[in-house]
Design a protein around this ligand. Sequence first.
Ligand code: AMP
Length: 404
Amino acid sequence: MDKRLKYIDEIGLKGKRVLIRVDFNVPLDESNKITDDTRIRSVLPTINYALDENAKVILASHLGRPKGKRVESMSLLPVAKRLGRLLEKDVALATDCVGEDVKRLVDRMKPGEVVLLENLRFHPEEEKNDERFGAMLGELADIYINDAFAVAHRAHASNVAITRHVREVGAGFLMKKEMTYFSMALEKPTRPLVAIIGGKKVSDKVGVLSSLCERADKIIIGGGMALTFFKSLGYEVGNSFVENDALDEAKSVIELARDKHMKLYLPVDFVVADKFSADAETKVVTYQEIPKDWMALDIGPATLTLFTEAIQNAKTIIWNGPMGVFEIDAFSRGTFGLVTSVANTYALTIVGGGDTDVAVHRAGEYAKMSYISTGGGAFLEILKGKELPGIAALKDKGIAAAAS
Ligand code: AMP
């Protein structure tokens, strides 16, 4: 049976109670003001579509890590206000996300109205994918739409259990965009497909690297994790960040790449510093010359040239993870330089993960990327070739409905 996702525009919403799982986990400052509302804006097409179809729109999200308790500073109230302004209509914030009061509020809703449920993670059952909690959320809706790609890699009640307690389910437009780009990049990519993987930890990304050895044409490795690779090959890496527990994993990736005839690029030089600080003394050295008491905190200029060269003929580029400690100016040139190089290719460019997203924005190259994924963990799971639980639940429900 076809395991295709059904999307919101294939479902009749008129007059129905439509519960949309969104990711409103926005950053807040000390006075609880939203500092970046990108996550709210990214689901506006789905919300507006449901409103245009005259649905009763019920929104559900988590915010922060309240650990299963009510924490006032993690209330979705600031989100309700910002969303109201963006939609130019009232957004009622429910006192909770389940329970009698919420049911009454939803029962009184008229088509075209919006209710935002209070933080799902005020209940420990949410992260436990509790069936009863999923059923209580499901009771609020006729139709369930998942548009929270960034949490689709988690099996939580609001994206898995709930699907078993609502008549019809589907995915929103943000999810559609994410799945479309990932399918272009991974299922039938225009080749050469080059993957750039950076960041600190090999252990987080060994599954991604192994999977990419099967799919990509070239893999570029930068960031702190490159030092774990060099140490696994027996090089002196000084005081650089190294994951000693992951040396064997790093070696296994190198061996797999060799077996698969994968072109694996590692840095050839580094910016090293005498301490982890903005005012550190720095110099550029080759990978064989990292001094004993120094640490490598960015790729060097020769590496930037090498990596830039390596992506020149790419038709598809996937990038996750910075090339160095880009948060500190002195160690940001590698990451920002590569952002510019990627932006100036003719490739389909898909960037994901919080840090890489920030780097692309800071470098001012946002508009030149084909797509910036809203997922971090979900992005990595997809690169591993795994089906996300939140998406599998929607497809399984579709199959059950077709069979009944
Ligand atoms: P990750 O969460 O594994 O993607 O790692 C992202 C973090 O890695 C960023 O905060 C960077 O500052 C950090 N990072 C990148 N390169 C290095 C490096 N050479 N040494 C230490 N940290 C690094």
